[in-house]
Every structure is written in structure tokens, then in C-alpha cells.
Write a protein that binds this ligand. Structure first.
Ligand code: SF4
Ligand code: SF4
Length: 375
């Protein structure tokens, strides 16, 4: 059965700006039915890494917060600690980074509460009917909230092809243990002939999982948690992940984690995807590269699989932008995700999500009608 996905394109003018379009979209997308008066509403988003700028602007979150309040909900913004070391590895640093990125109460109009506690271990295990996992470790405050509104920046991703609602749910709502469980089977390898012995990967690895033999980096699979930090730090592209089946396994586990994050939220979850500034990599890096396609707008749905499928289809239908990380697939209909990350079968996440009952890949796209021509 098809799910409904509502879309507002990215055009704006004097009759209606993008904030007002977002309000109309939330109303048409049934925010009023998802949130009941008095509900504590977890608005799960990504607060952005220090140095990045592709994350959703806090002023858009403010509009989501205002609309939740208008229907009687009590919203709070939430995110989780990262598995890798960086500006967001525990709550104190993560919240300081969030405020630096503009996610302050004064801007967003709601408090910031990390969903997995001080160090990313405040969580509860919930059972899931998965194919790989039968239980998952979800941040406690996501489970405690009455309603979940998942506001995701849709972009490419080096491990899963793309990141959107499913990733924000599965990876983003899991505890540190959960993130390790999802990444755990992925150990990169070093292409020795490319290694210039700079030592950058050894310094960045927080798990002492890289050593040096005869001057060349060597990864110790037993110590590696699969955080992928070393891959991007290596300027010589000497560190490679066994992408094939390994990344597929991460995607399957992530979809199963997404199912767990929705535990107890039947009819109480709404997804908002910003298909804007579609950058080539994860927002967890301390930089954001140029977008690979023009902005495709904002989508709303109650189905995390349908909204991600619709977002991916919009990206692939667009004409790719030149002078970006997109290496091929620029033509209309070309595979933009493979064009950036050629070895990732990004469809696995959607296929598995549908298979385990997370949602439907078929959807009806309902376009928000413009309020007259206004440019
Ligand atoms: S960062 Fe790359 S080039 Fe430098 S030591 Fe590690 S693998 Fe070798
Ligand atoms: S070896 Fe690389 S992927 Fe493994 S834990 Fe260290 S930085 Fe992360």
C-alpha cells in the first residue's frame, strides 16, 4: 500500500516564504493528528558538527516547534552523542556545540535535551522483529516522549549512500552501544602502497585500533568499532572500507534500529525531510562540501521509508551540479548516490526497511500548491 508524502518545493517569494510553506506542509501532513494536547514531543534532529553548515537551520526548527505548540504539544529538541571522538562525544560538549551552531532556546523556542544522557549510555533495550537483530538499544528520552517528530537533513552518506529519516531514527536515536552495534562489523583496511606513513589515522583513532608496521598503517579489526573517522582523515585515500556486504549489513541493522526507535509510537511519529543543500557526506564531519543537486524542497510523511524513497527519487531526478563531488550521473535520472559513493548499494536500507515493516517504498507524492506566482 502506498504512503502519502507531502512536498513543498524550495521556491519562495513575497506571497509565501519557505517558513510559511513549512507551516502549511506540517498542517497538511497531519501534525495536528500526530500530536495530542499535553504531549511531550521529541523533535529529533542533528545539531551539526563544529565547522559544518549543511545541517538544518535552527530557525526552521523554530517553525516546527511553534507549530507543535500551536496544536498543544510540549516540544523539546533532541540529538544523541556520537560514537566517534569529536565535538559531540558526550552531552556537555554536544550541547555546547549545538548552541554554537545556533540551536539555543532563544532561537529554537524549545529546550535541548540529549536523548541518551550524559555519555550516550542512557538507554533501554527494546525487542524488534529484525532479521539481523532481535533487540536494539534506544536513547531513553526518545522512548519516554509521547510523540516523535524526526526532522532530517537529506544528503549523501559515505557508509549508507544517503542519510535521511531512517538514519536519523536508527543511528540518531540509538545509544553509543547501539551505534557500536550497528557499525561493529565494519573494519576498514589499509591499501599499503598508497600509505605515505603520515600517521594522521593513528592520531584520530580513539580506540587504538591502528598501529604502524614497517612505517605503514595497519588496522586491528578486533579493536576497531567501525566509526569510519580514519577513512576521511587519510588524504591519500589509503584507507578503504570493505563496502560490499559490510555496508549492507550496517544498513540492515540501521533499519532494524529505526523500528526500535518507533517502539510505542504507532500513529505518534511524523517525519520531515529537508532535501536542501544535499551535500556529499554525513553532517558529522567538521566541514560541509558543496551540494550536488539544486534544492528539492521539504517533505513530510508518517512513513520513514516512503519519505526517504521520495527524497532519493527527487535527488536522482534532478540534474547534478558541476564542480561538486558528483563524479558521474549528472544527467536527469542518473544515480547521484553512486555518483558520489560508487560502491554503496544505497537501496538496501529502503528494501530492508520495507521487508521488516518499517514502511512502504511506494508512495503518493502530494505537491503543496503555490500561493499564486510570487516572483
Ligand atoms: S592517514 Fe593514510 S597515509 Fe597517513 S598513515 Fe594513515 S593510512 Fe597512511
Ligand atoms: S580504525 Fe578507523 S574505523 Fe576503526 S575505530 Fe579507528 S578510526 Fe574508527
Amino acid at each position: 500500500m502506498s504512503s502519502k508524502v507531502y512536498r513543498a518545493d524550495a521556491r519562495a517569494g513575497y506571497r509565501e516564504n519557505l517558513f510559511d510553506k513549512l507551516s502549511r506542509l506540517l498542517s497538511e501532513g497531519n501534525l495536528g493528528k500526530t500530536v495530542q494536547r499535553g504531549d511531550l514531543v521529541a523533535v529529533k534532529t542533528h545539531f551539526g558538527e563544529k565547522g559544518g553548515h549543511a545541517y538544518i537551520r535552527p530557525t526552521f526548527l523554530r517553525r516546527v516547534v511553534d507549530e507543535i505548540k500551536a496544536v498543544g504539544g510540549k516540544p523539546f529538541l533532541t540529538d544523541s552523542c556520537t560514537l566517534y571522538p569529536g565535538e559531540r562525544k558526550e552531552s556537555v560538549s554536544a550541547l555546547a556545540c549545538a548552541v554554537e551552531n545556533g540551536f539555543a532556546f532563544a532561537v529554537a523556542g524549545a529546550p535541548l535535551i540529549m536523548c541518551d544522557g550524559l555519555r550516550g549510555h542512557s538507554a533501554r533495550r527494546v525487542e524488534v522483529p529484525g532479521e539481523v537483530l532481535n533487540s536494539v538499544d534506544i536513547g531513553l528520552e526518545v522512548l519516554e516522549a509521547n510523540t516523535l517528530v524526526v526532522v532530517s537533513h537529506f544528503k549523501c552518506h559515505e557508509l549508507t549512500g544517503f542519510g535521511g529519516a531512517i538514519k536519523n531514527l536508527g543511528m540518531g536515536c540509538s545509544s553509543r552501544t547501539g551505534k557500536m552495534e550497528q557499525h561493529g562489523n565494519v573494519a576498514p583496511t589499509v591499501k599499503t602502497e598508497r600509505c605515505t606513513s603520515c600517521g594522521a589515522c593513528i592520531r584520530v583513532c580513539a580506540h587504538d585500533a591502528i598501529t604502524s608496521e614497517k612505517g605503514k598503517a595497519v588496522i586491528l579489526p578486533d579493536a576497531c568499532v567501525g566509526c569510519a573517522r580514519c577513512i576521511t582523515i587519510c588524504q591519500d585515500r589509503a584507507i578503504l572500507i570493505n563496502w560490499g556486504s559490510e555496508s549492507a549489513l550496517v544498513m540492515k541493522k540501521m533499519a532494524e534500529y529505526a523500528l526500535g526507535a518507533l517502539y510505542g509510537k504507532k500513529g505518534k511519529a511524523l517525519f520531515v525531510n529537508f532535501v536542501t543543500q544535499v551535500s556529499p557526506s554525513c553532517d558529522c564531519y567538521g566541514h560541509s562540501d558543496s551540494p550536488i543537486v539544486p534544492d528539492q524542497g521539504i517533505l513530510v510523511s508518517t512513513d520513514p521509508v516512503a519519505i526517504d524513497q521520495a527524497s532519493a527519487d527527487l535527488v536522482n531526478r534532478a540534474v547534478g551540479l558541476p564542480q561538486t563531488a558528483l563524479a558521474n550521473g549528472h544527467e536527469e535520472g542518473g544515480d547521484k548516490f553512486r555518483g558520489v559513493h560508487p560502491d554503496i548499494d544505497w537501496q538496501v536500507c529502503l528494501e530492508h526497511g520495507e521487508k521488516i515493516g518499517l514502511g512502504s517504498r511506494s508512495y503518493d507524492l502530494i505537491e503543496l500548491q503555490p500561493k499564486g506566482k510570487n516572483w
